[in-house]
Design a protein around this ligand. Structure first.
Ligand SMILES: [Zn+2]
Length: 117
């Protein structure tokens, strides 16, 4: 992450839809890192208000389950990051599983041009 590089296994090229989703997810890790505390806090409040979240991907689902078991801040932070990346990546897919309020949140962010890579 510090070197701002992503390395993909060439085998992913034979799974085009998954590959597009994985690339988007990984790029959004860079965005999350540069997003700023204000937007990350806003995302945390949004997700903190979800009683039964619709997970946009397996990565965030697993982090959510880890947080539910531990209740720890570190797990919550990891969940926020993975949920951000999964949700953003889901926006690239026509069959995305992303809740309307998350979609609106990203729409607002994009309108403000707050997606620093
Ligand atoms: Zn991730």
């Amino acid at each position: 992450m510090d070197r701002r590089e992503i390395v993909f296994d060439a085998d992913l090229l034979s799974h085009a839809p998954d590959f597009v989703n994985i690339v988007a997810h990984e790029i959004y890790h860079f965005v999350w890192r540069r997003l700023g505390n204000r937007e990350r806090k806003d995302w945390s409040l949004l997700l903190g208000g979800e009683k039964r979240p619709t997970h946009a991907g397996l990565s965030s689902q697993l982090r959510y389950e880890a947080w539910r078991e531990s209740g720890g801040e570190r797990h919550w932070s990891a969940y926020l990051c993975e949920a951000f990346c999964d949700s953003a990546a889901a926006l690239t897919s026509p069959n995305s599983r992303i809740s309307p309020h998350r979609r609106r949140w990203f729409g607002r962010l994009m309108k403000k041009r707050k997606l620093p890579v």
